[in-house]
Design a protein around this ligand. Structure first.
Ligand SMILES: [Zn+2]
Length: 391
């Protein structure tokens, strides 16, 4: 009801102006007659409003407005207000009504068209919105607004080729952000090609992802995965070395494939050296645990446990604690075993409820890695969580 009252107030000066024009047109000098002409429609609407028939009140107020250069702004404001209230049908009707007027100037028509595009977006009519934004994307004043909306549409419909072309056309003070986005769009195409087992296409898309953003972590991970699946273990390891320079936090995504690549080559020393290098690059818990696992396989449980204890000072972690308990259970006497097993279960449950990933933009937490944050829709902002509860 409060918003309807706002519309009533918004229309008050326009209603007065419209009545004034009617009066002028009739060339009547009778001011009482003008005022009565205005009152009839306006107060009919007000009557609906007071009787809580808001739908009829709004329709009456809208029909009261003439469209000319003086009232276009009011129509646009009214349409936007309806859209924001979630009444997209009404917003569409107002904007379509505006556009249909032949007397409307070209600039006003384009502004109304832009608003109609937003209405269609709100209503989920993406194909209609796409047609409007395509038309406006060649207009200087509305180019970036239209391209931004087209980019949203193409991401929603997973039309990555059009998303790439659209992002490349966007003018921004620094188009670095779009370069990162474009590299993700190429990665989407690469992953799609991988699902169809078309490896050559996947590798071509990866090359294009790098040309958009040479530090694209996702391209490196996909590239390593392709090499690994084709038993090219040395090339896979080369990709992981690149990952250390790009963003060591993402090594946690590759730790199993990395370990397996070295094992397939029978290169235990190489694995230990790599993990050691990763730790000096700032890699976290998952690397410590992979190192402990490798020690356990080669030298036994005691060396693995000693290594974790030694690292716990600088890298305290729940996962490290869990591994440590597991190692001790195997060597505990029968009296201590049940307590250690219970402790293991409690710590394990604690870990199960913790998120693994965090969005740097909006704070969204999740158990799985999203390259595009489901909350703020930004690309490449969700990262593995480090620290005591992390990876
Ligand atoms: Zn986010």
């Amino acid at each position: 009801m409060n918003e309807i009252l706002f519309i009533f107030i918004l229309l008050l000066p326009v209603a007065w102006y419209t009545g004034f024009r009617h009066g002028k047109k009739s060339e009547s000098n009778n001011s009482t007659g003008r005022s009565q002409g205005l009152s009839k429609t306006y107060f009919t609407g007000l009557n609906y409003l007071l009787n809580e028939q808001s739908d009829k009140a709004i329709d009456t107020f809208v029909s009261m407005l003439e469209i000319d250069s003086e009232t276009v702004e009011t129509h646009l404001a009214l349409g936007n207000l309806f859209r924001k209230r979630g009444e997209v049908d009404r917003a569409i009707r107002i904007h379509q009504n505006l556009i249909a007027r032949p007397s409307l100037s070209q600039d006003d028509r384009k502004q109304a068209l832009l608003e109609l595009g937003y209405d269609y977006m709100g209503a989920g009519l993406l194909d209609r919105a796409e047609n409007i934004f395509k038309e406006l994307s060649v207009n200087f004043n509305h180019k970036n607004d239209s391209l931004s909306q087209l980019l949203i549409i193409y991401q929603q419909t997973k039309d990555w080729n059009n998303a790439i072309n659209t992002a490349a056309r966007l003018d921004t003070p620094s188009n670095q952000d779009h370069k990162a986005e474009i590299s993700h769009f190429y990665c989407e195409l690469a992953e799609s090609a991988l699902k169809d087992n078309v490896y050559r296409d996947a590798l071509n898309y990866i090359k294009k992802a790098y040309s958009a953003d040479k530090n694209c972590v996702r391209a490196t991970l996909i590239s390593a995965e392709i090499h690994y699946s084709k038993a090219r273990y040395k090339q896979a390891i080369k990709c992981y070395r690149e990952l250390l320079k790009q963003d060591v936090a993402f090594l946690t995504e590759a730790i199993d494939t990395l370990t397996n690549s070295f094992e397939k080559l029978g290169d235990h020393k190489g694995l230990m050296q790599f993990l050691s290098d990763a730790l000096s690059h700032g890699s976290g818990n998952s690397t410590i645990l992979a190192y402990a696992d490798a020690l356990q396989r080669q030298q036994g449980d005691k060396q693995a446990a000693d290594f974790i204890v030694q690292k716990m000072d600088s890298h305290p972690s729940i996962r490290g604690l869990l591994k440590l308990i597991k190692l001790h259970i195997q060597h505990a006497n029968e009296n201590a075993k049940p307590s250690l097993e219970m402790l293991f279960e409690v710590v394990n449950q604690l870990l199960k409820n913790k998120p693994n990933y965090h969005c740097r933009q909006c704070g969204f937490d999740s158990k799985t890695l999203f390259w595009q944050c489901p909350s703020c829709r930004k690309w490449g902002e969700v990262k593995p969580i480090k620290g005591i509860e992390g990876e």
